[in-house]
Ligand binder design. Sequence first.
Ligand code: C5P
Length: 406
Amino acid sequence: MITLLKDKHILLGVCGSIAAYKAADLASKLTQAGALVDVIITPAAEKFITPLTFQSVTGRKAYTEADLWGGQAHILHVGLSHATDLLVVAPCTANTLAKMAHGLADNLLTITALAARCPILIAPAMDVGMYTHTATQENVRILTSRGVTFAGPDEGRMASGLIGKGRMLEPADLFGHIRLILGKTGRLAGKHITISAGGTQEPIDPVRFISNRSSGKQGYALAQAALDAGAQVTLVSAPTGLVPPVGASFIPVNTAREMLASVLAASHNSHALLMAAAVADFSPKNTSDQKIKKRDGIPTIELEAAPDILGILSTPGYTQPKPKVIVGFAAESRDLLENAAEKLRTKKMDLIVANDISASDAGFGVDTNRVTLLHADGSSEDLPLLSKVEVSETIIERLATLLENN
Ligand code: C5P
């Protein structure tokens, strides 16, 4: 369940394209996240997929052209469009796109689109020649100028065998675009938030490095929660293998030094900084240009202090513009609250998220976390065992309050 999507009414229009089968996955993802998904299948889409497919994943009725002429005909399109938070047309063919651009209303989907007063998201799917055709491009321009959002199309292999731009965006990406639209007016609208994530990698030689067990899951979940709340997000990330959330400006880094440079640069115009990254405390003093060979014996690796990013930001000598609110993390295996409180004070944070990494269901790698939030005013909150997504939503709520009171 995702708070942003819970009980949101999403109307999914499905047109006649082979990508229609992917719309079932999208409907399923939205439903699992808590949304109420109604589906309209155009007559051409009925050739590719059945209403039963959608009903099976949404638990709600999927409408076809036959419903337009049924008992509720005179109000169905108005009812559907007015009860909706977002109309998503995915896949949208060149034909439906053209009809929507010119106000044609000749089937249940296009009538409903014309009656809709909610935001509209279109995911085009068509052959490359059709997408690049001046007529289609002109229709995209008309709809964009009216406030319709387009997601995709992607480049890749088409049903025709041609390679080019015209593939419908993957459901996971469309899901991200839907979140961006629904979150636009959230508590962090107009705020720029920088978030660091992952464990830095400090090179020993071209193939070896020193790192830590951070998976980046908590940092990425925070970035998504901030986007859900309407923030503009910069995600500075050490390597994690995770996919950055749709809508985040992504800055990949490797070392603590690189993270320092990117975090400081992004912090210049950020309202808040959330340092979820596990930044190295020590890095090898010298990095060998060549791979260190076994035959040369066991090397001695001398370490030096890595830059302490929050430490640098909190020194009186740091005079550059910096975020109003700073949130840090403390991953500790003993004396959790004492150590966290000490970091909160010395690094001049507004909030520190303390988590006990000695528990098997919290901290590194796992999907759940049990944290205590310590505020600069001395107050604290013990959160129960939650998913990292729920922990992130709570932290973002507290961050919004801190920004509102600052
Ligand atoms: O590593 P430590 O427990 O001190 O981390 C506390 C906070 O300081 C975290 O938010 C972490 O991202 C940040 N930190 C940092 N630079 C470092 C080490 C940690 O900004 N070199």
